[in-house]
Structures are given as C-alpha cells and as structure tokens.
Design a binder for this molecule. Structure first.
Ligand SMILES: Cc1cc2nc3c(=O)[nH]c(=O)nc-3n(C[C@H](O)[C@H](O)[C@H](O)COP(=O)(O)OP(=O)(O)OC[C@H]3O[C@@H](n4cnc5c(N)ncnc54)[C@H](O)[C@@H]3O)c2cc1C
Length: 543
C-alpha cells in the first residue's frame, strides 16, 4: 500500500490512490468508522463530495438523546440512544454539554400519554424523575404557565462538528489515515464480484482519478441509496424526511426541552452555547440537493414551540436550516414520523459483491455504534481480528477542534485587548490565532482554505450578524498573510455570504431584517460581491 500519493492533490498527476478501506461520506458515521478502523490498525481514506458534516451531521438539533423521545414508538432505538448517550458522556466529554432534559406537557396535551411516560422510560432502562410544574418553572422560567406535567431525563447536547473533526484528527494521528474533502464518487469499476476501483472527481478542479481499496464503505447518509446504486446494489431502501430547524438569537433554556407527546413538529428546544435550536418538521422529499426551509415550516415550528415556551413566538431568530433524515423504509408510503430511527448495515453479498457495504439510517447519538458494527464487518473481511475499542478509549481532545465550541467566547474576552491577536469574529470571539491554527491543520489535499471551510472548523459566522463583518475581516487577514491572491478571497467571501444568506432568508423579520439590510449594504453596495463574475443566483435576490 502506498500512502504518500494520498497527501498530494489529484491535479499533481497521480491517477490512482490506494488504501485499505475507502469510506464514502464525511458525516459523523464516516468519521467514526475512520477512527474505529484506525484503532484496529487499518489505513483508511475518507472522502466527501463537499466537506465534513455537509449532510445531516451538520444540520441537526445536536441533541444527545437519552432515548426518551423514542420510548413510546421505537423502544429498540431508545435503548441504543440510552447506551450511546452514556458512552459519549464518558469518552467524549469535550463534545458534550450535560444539560439534562425535560419532557413537559401543557394544558390540552394527552394526559394519558404523559402519565404513561415513566413506564415507557422504565421499559427502556432510561432514568425519569417527575417534578412538579413549579419546580420545572423554577428551573426553566420561560416554560409556559399552562404546564401540567414535567419529567427530568438524562438528555444532553453534543457538538457534531467537533465530534467529526476529532474522530478524523485521531485517525490521522493514529496511522496517517487520510481525509480528502471535495471528492465525489462518480462510479465503480467492478470485476468478478469485487469493486476494483472507485472512480472519483475532485470537485474543485474537475480532475477524475481512481481510488483502489480492499474494502469500500458507503456511509453516504441520505445519499447512500444513490451511491449503492452506482455499484449496482438495489437493496438500500430509504425514506427521505426533511426537517427544518430555527436558531434563536439567545440561549432560551438551560435544559433540552421536549414536548411530552409522540414525536411531532416544533416540540424540541435544544440549547447550544449562546443560542437555542428549535425544531423540527418532518416533510417527505425526493430532493436531496436543494433542501431549504419554507416559511410554512418556520411558522409551524414557532407556533408549536410557543405552546411550550411562549417567548418563542416573539424571539429573534438568526437562522433556519433544513436537512434530510435517511430513514429505513419498511413499507412503501410509510410516514417519516413512524419510521424507525434504527440503522441498517448491508453487506451486499446478496447483490453479488464481497468488498462493499452500506451503513445508513440511525442517529447522531448512535454514530459510534454504527461505526463499530461497520468496522466489525470490514475488519472481519480483511482478516483483522482486533476488537472494537471506541467504547473504552477516550476521544482525544484535539486543539485543532477547540474553535467549534459553542459559548467559548466569554472565556476569550481577555484576548480582545491583545493587539497581536485581534478578534476577527466579535459575535463568537474568534481571534487571528484561531484562523492560523485552523489553516495549519487543514487536510493535506485542501489546496486553499475557503471561508466556508474555516467556518466549519470554528464558530466564525455563527453569531447574530451571520458573518457580515467577520467574513470580510477573515478574508482581509488571509490576504494580508499572502494566503489569498487576486479575486480568490472575494469569491470565497461571496460563497460564504451566499451560504449564510440561505439560512437567513426565511427568518428576515423584525431586528434580523435590519441586520440583513446592513449585510446587503456591506456586501453588495460596498464590496460589489453581487457583480462577481460567476453564477450567484442567491445574491441577486437579496431583498
Ligand atoms: C433535521 C434533523 C435533525 C436531527 N436531529 C438529531 C438530533 O438532535 N440528535 C440525533 O442524534 N440525531 C439527529 N438527527 C439525525 C442525524 O443528524 C443523522 O442520523 C446523522 O447525522 C447521519 O450521519 P451520517 O454520517 O450517516 O450522514 P451524513 O451526515 O448525511 O453524511 C453523508 C455524507 O456523504 C456525503 N456524500 C454524499 N454523496 C457522496 C458522494 N457521491 N461522494 C462522496 N461523498 C458523498 C455527503 O456530502 C455527506 O457529508 C437529525 C437529522 C435531521 C435531518
């Protein structure tokens, strides 16, 4: 196996890269498989057509489920969540905030269901303690005064970006496994029941090249069905359920707050650093590429959420986003809410392939278990007898990932007076040194760090101004350092603001509308980014 070519960009003329295991999809599942296999001594190459967490892993609630949400309709998934929740709290505490969770019922909710909740939890082994409405209101003052029931469960929050970054960082450290962004699977070459090469495209340069591996893992999340079909496998059946979430300007609760009813729209509020995330809807979709929040979904989330927490009706929202859940389809026409949150590992032997498998479905909470099951299969096929250790070896707390931490800003206020390390993102207190660190730790094949890639590895752009100022400052800083030349920085700024704008367009009312006007004046009026010479439909429709 040759490893060195993998560190080179495909444009340098290496037409074939080699590894033990090719993992397709840089969500939490792919990142988890990469680390698990590296811990067993196997070399991997992880690719994503965009970048880490570009799919559902970067667009969820960040709720580390206790399992409480699934106790009434999906006990198996509830138990998996309970076990994985405990493992992650113990082994990856830097990615978890132990907020605790509340399940609350308000007047008009089904009291019979609420009464049965402790029994459902007991059956799944989940701890559940009833507290009185006054005690709940003391803990969470924004809860509705119409509260009739409240239970405490061990829900928590988890930072999926940090989780993925740290899994990848650990694998790279363990055995030089490689992560390669902007690399898309286009096709497979198959011979005699085996994949002999994956045909890939570097989406930055358009250059095509091959990856040869002994085993190929499809961790493509919602795209897993399409990827499997490229290898001729028709045994992956997914239901696509789009979910839309809103990000509030402030942190509105200390605990994760769940509505005590069978899963429905707008019934979870998850605190995350300085903000809270409200959601989510569940709408069937066939479209994986241009998934966007709609005004109707926003209204529905806010209306339903306000029954639990009235302040949600008047809160300022800074962003909304949508992603697609890959749900396992057991029967045609199945409803997304009813589908299991369990996962499936398909070995594709019935499809005539012996070195390909697909892992899909599941939850962010259960990603480690999904990775374990996949790595068990892959290791067995490669004759590797090492057992999984991700349930006992702590995830190292890497420095390169610390800038993703929500709510870190106040701890860095002291830096504000440091003239040698100016703050570039004031909403989230990201200093120059953070940008230096992030650029230094960029994946080998990342020829140039875009603003979007920096935002993925830090909190830059995630605060109330949604990157209006820090996007310009970070680009200027990278120009000063000679990192961006010509119009590169302008293009990256345009793409970055474009991405931010996508998230704002359905929440432009009240104070966020004024923020948006300011952003438009800066980006289009001052910098003329809407006139940059390339396709930019979003900028053209700024209000
Ligand atoms: C709205 C919503 C809210 C959720 N909330 C929670 C929550 O609070 N808690 C929880 O536990 N779970 C939650 N989930 C579920 C959770 O987010 C997902 O189960 C999990 O992130 C899936 O991770 P994954 O790595 O399997 O897939 P993904 O994260 O979707 O990763 C798949 C990757 O494959 C890449 N890819 C696709 N095609 C190709 C190709 N041809 N070549 C190369 N790469 C490709 C994509 O770019 C993507 O990055 C939520 C899901 C949604 C949609």
């Amino acid at each position: 196996m040759s490893q060195s070519p993998l560190d080179q960009p495909a444009v340098k003329g290496h037409n074939t890269l080699e590894t033990d295991v090719l993992i397709i999809g840089g969500g939490v599942t792919g990142a988890g498989i990469m680390r698990d296999l590296a811990l067993r001594g196997l070399h991997t190459l992880l690719i994503d057509k965009r970048d880490l967490c570009a799919g559902a892993s970067g667009g969820n609630h960040g709720l580390l489920h206790s399992g409480g949400r699934y106790v009434s309709n999906d006990r198996h998934s509830a138990i998996e969540c309970r076990i994985e929740n405990e493992i992650l709290k113990r082994l990856a505490p830097q990615c978890v905030e132990q907020t605790g969770g509340l399940f609350v019922a308000v007047e008009g909710d089904d009291l019979e269901f609420a009464e049965k909740f402790p029994q459902f939890c007991a059956a799944a082994g989940i701890s559940c303690t009833e507290i009185g409405p006054n005690e709940a209101l003391r803990m969470e003052p924004l809860l509705s005064e119409k509260l009739v029931k409240a239970y405490l469960v061990p829900d928590a929050t988890v930072d999926p970006f940090r989780l993925a970054l740290e899994n990848v960082a650990h694998a790279r450290l363990l055995n030089d496994s490689i992560y390669r962004p902007h690399t898309e699977i286009i096709d497979f070459r198959i011979d005699n029941g085996k994949i002999t090469a994956a045909i890939c495209r570097d989406n930055r340069t358009g250059v095509m090249f091959n990856i040869q591996a002994r085993q190929y893992v499809n961790a493509g999340g919602a795209w897993a069905m399409n990827i499997a079909q490229k290898a001729g496998c028709t045994d992956v059946n997914l239901l696509y359920s789009k979910g839309t979430l809103l990000v509030s300007h402030d942190r509105m609760a200390g605990h994760v707050i769940n509505r005590l009813r069978p899963p429905a729209d707008g019934d979870i509020l998850v605190p995350g650093g300085t903000v809270s995330v409200l959601g989510t809807t569940s709408v069937h979709t066939d479209n994986l590429e241009t998934v966007r929040p709609t005004v109707a979904e926003i209204d529905r989330n806010v209306m339903e959420g306000a029954a639990m927490i009235p302040a949600l009706a008047t809160a300022r929202y800074i962003r909304a986003f949508s992603r697609v859940r890959p749900l396992l389809q057991s029967s045609p026409g199945e409803d997304g809410r009813a589908a299991t949150r369990g996962f499936a590992l398909l070995d594709h032997t019935s499809q005539g392939l012996t070195n390909f498998c697909t892992i899909t479905g599941g939850k962010l909470t259960t990603f480690r278990l999904m990775a374990e099951k996949t790595a068990d299969l892959v290791a067995r096929r490669l004759g590797n007898t090492q057992a999984c250790t991700t349930d006992s070896v702590a995830l190292p707390d890497g420095d390169a990932c610390r800038w993703t931490e929500p709510g870190a800003a106040p701890r860095y206020w002291y830096k504000a007076n440091n003239a040698d390390d100016m703050i570039l993102c004031e909403c989230e207190m990201v200093p120059q040194s953070a940008i230096d660190e992030i650029v230094k730790c960029a994946p080998g094949a990342e020829a140039e760090m875009t603003l979007e890639a920096i935002a993925l590895r830090s909190r830059a752009g995630k605060g109330p101004c949604q990157g209006s100022f820090c996007g310009i400052r970070i680009a200027s800083y990278l120009y000063d350092r000679g990192y961006y030349r010509d119009t590169t920085g302008l293009t990256h700024m345009r793409d970055f603001f474009n991405e931010r704008f996508k998230g704002m367009r359905t929440v432009i009312w009240g104070r966020q509308a004024a923020q948006m006007e300011l952003a438009e004046a800066l980006h289009c009026g001052l910098l003329g980014l809407d006139n940059l010479d390339s396709d930019c439909p979003e900028m053209a429709i700024l209000p």
